[in-house]
Design a protein. Structure first.
Length: 197
């Protein structure tokens, strides 16, 4: 493996994958594997199936690396969109069993290569977020996690949870209202503007 590939930017890793650079491909997978697996597991709720979704998402990213356009968004946004699509495809052929919010792999919201103080702050935020989420009904908490943390549309939440669109919208709305109230009371992990979606 070429030394220094792990220090390249996300865009440089994708460009390297596009030209068949194995070192860039390995560094790319290592950088994003926890976030991709975390999203797949949050949607599917089964570790083995989530691993298959993550593997397929990375394979698609590798295959389409040459088509990546940074003007259309960040590498992480592109990769998580691929992961969402693969997970939704997987859910269509199996009964969805979404993971409880407390089981979602939150740690990779922050980059593991980030400075220690940033990782400590992210972990503190994660703990406070989980404390607040545990006070909200599980179906609402899951809907909020998918919408706010992973950027799902209401339709994507509907598909992932196997519920009608109106139900997904109601869960997101009610969950956000409860989280706002709890966050205000407990000086929660999200600022008010973060919960205003």
């Amino acid at each position: 493996m070429r030394s220094g590939a792990s220090e390249l930017t996300d865009e440089a890793l994708v460009a390297g994958m596009a030209v068949g650079d194995d070192a860039c491909t390995v560094a790319f997978v290592r950088r994003f594997q926890r976030r991709v697996f975390g999203l797949a597991f949050a949607m599917i709720g089964d570790r083995e199936a989530a691993e298959e979704v993550a593997q397929e998402a990375f394979w698609r990213a590798w295959r389409h690396a040459g088509a990546f356009d940074r003007r259309r968004g960040a590498v992480s946004t592109w990769l998580l969109a691929i992961t969402r699509n693969v997970a939704i495809d997987s859910l269509r052929v199996r009964r969805p069993v979404p993971a409880p919010p407390a089981d979602v792999a939150w740690a990779e919201i922050a980059d593991p290569g980030a400075p220690l103080d940033e990782r400590a702050s992210a972990e503190d935020g994660r703990r406070r977020l989980m404390a607040v989420l545990n006070e909200v009904p599980e179906s609402q908490a899951r809907a909020v996690v998918l919408a706010v943390v992973y950027g799902f549309s209401a339709q994507e939440v509907s598909d992932a949870e196997g519920v009608p669109l109106g139900t997904a919208k109601a869960r997101i709305r009610r969950g956000l209202i409860k989280l706002r109230a709890l966050s205000a009371a407990q000086e929660g992990p999200w600022r008010q503007e973060d919960l205003s979606q």
